[in-house]
Design a protein around this ligand. Structure first.
Ligand code: NAD
Ligand code: LMR
Length: 336
């Protein structure tokens, strides 16, 4: 069997981590033959809860789990880790937008970027879940200059899963029959969920989602809005933000990064923009990507309608504004 790898989950005493830790420790992300040492990072007031999580992980009797290291010290939390799930951050409440969390949460990602720079493995893969996820990932990457920028990503997989599920339900097919639904831009209500490149298998035949749905008003209207507002709908119903589905999406994201995407399939990830599709460079923008050998590549050459391009501009503008606000909260000039 392989040597164990070290994986950190921040916010380890929180609600997303409660589902996520079990999925990771079962082998659903790094494989059923990859032993793990889990680092559980949270803040001092949560030490008691963290102890309970450690007890429960032990009581799960999971064969791949070689050691669990609970800590409130980032130098321990990030020491020699190969993969990081940065979940720990304040969640929004009803009536808030995710960017309202920016001033509280951005400082967490500065400190964690610095800890990654100083203590993690140089080929670490970092997934930022804590909101506002794209801008937090931007901040984190900038405080870890010795780690390649492409090793930092933000989670829009939950949006992709939500969008795929909406289309599968609309067509009355299983989720596995639908692929290549894209999330463009920010993990926020300006994101553009795009079914325009989607494919679906119906009765053994592969069709475009657009042809199968045959309802452009739905694809440009109710579908987009439902996905954009799904996080708020969950908060309104649960009085807490999504957790089980967020944990599943985090596993999907890291699983595909680690293991690659299937031929002909792409997934959405928030990654450092190179200006593709007229997006602003150097913000963390969600694109369709394919992954091989743990390296993602933005899918190029997709045809976008003028309406789609206009939607990309809206979410790009928001990301640029968030970046500027983050820089001002951190009291930095624009040389980042
Ligand atoms: N990107 C997405 O799709 C997505 C989906 C769901 C939730 N989220 C975001 O994920 C974050 C966590 O959500 P949750 O429901 O688990 O929240 P939660 O409040 O249940 O848990 C957050 C945990 O983070 C800890 N924490 C705070 N500061 C920390 C720090 N500096 N270091 C380590 N841990 C720290 C808290 O003590 C707490 O235990 C929120 O920002 C939420 O908005 C993102
Ligand atoms: O909506 C939120 O604030 C939580 C999360 O980002 C989500 O999309 O469910």
């Amino acid at each position: 069997m392989a040597e164990p790898i070290r994986v950190v989950v921040t916010g380890a005493a929180g609600q997303i981590a409660y589902s996520l830790l079990y999925m990771i420790a079962r082998g659903e992300v790094f494989g059923s033959d990859q032993p793990l040492i889990l680092h559980l990072l949270d803040i001092p007031p949560m030490v008691g809860v963290l102890e309970g999580v450690v007890m429960e992980l032990a009581d799960c009797a999971l064969p791949l789990l070689r050691q669990v290291i609970p800590t409130t010290d980032p130098s321990v939390g990030f020491k020699d880790v190969s993969a990081a799930f940065l979940v720990g951050a304040m969640p929004r409440k009803e009536g808030m937008e995710r960017k309202d969390l920016l001033s509280a949460n951005v400082k967490i990602f500065k400190a964690q970027g610095q800890a990654i720079e100083n203590f993690a493995k140089k080929d670490i893969k970092v997934l930022v879940v804590g909101n506002p996820a794209n801008t937090n990932a931007f901040v984190c990457a900038n405080y870890a200059p010795s780690i390649p920028r492409e090793n930092f990503s933000a989670m829009t997989r939950l949006d992709q899963n939500r969008a795929t599920s909406q289309i599968a339900t609309k067509l009355g097919v299983p989720i596995s029959a639908v692929k290549n639904i894209i999330i463009w831009g920010n993990h926020s209500s300006t994101q553009y969920p795009d079914a325009g490149q989607g494919k679906v298998v119906i009765n053994g035949e592969t069709k475009s989602v657009a042809d199968a749905v045959n309802d452009n008003a739905y694809l440009q209207g109710a579908f987009v809005e439902t996905v954009q507002k799904r996080g708020a709908a969950v908060i309104s119903a649960r009085k807490m933000s999504s957790a089980m589905s967020a944990a599943k999406a985090a596993c999907d994201h890291m699983h595909d990064w680690w293991n690659g995407t299937a031929p002909g399939t792409f997934v959405s990830m928030g990654v450092c923009s190179d200006g593709s599709y007229n997006s602003p460079k150097d913000v963390i923008f969600s694109f369709p990507v394919v992954i091989e050998n743990k390296q993602w590549k933005i899918v190029q050459g997709l045809n976008l309608s003028d309406a789609a391009k206009a939607k990309l501009n809206i979410t790009a503008k928001e990301l640029q504004e968030e970046k500027d606000e983050a820089l001002s909260v951190l009291d930095l000039s624009s040389n980042l």
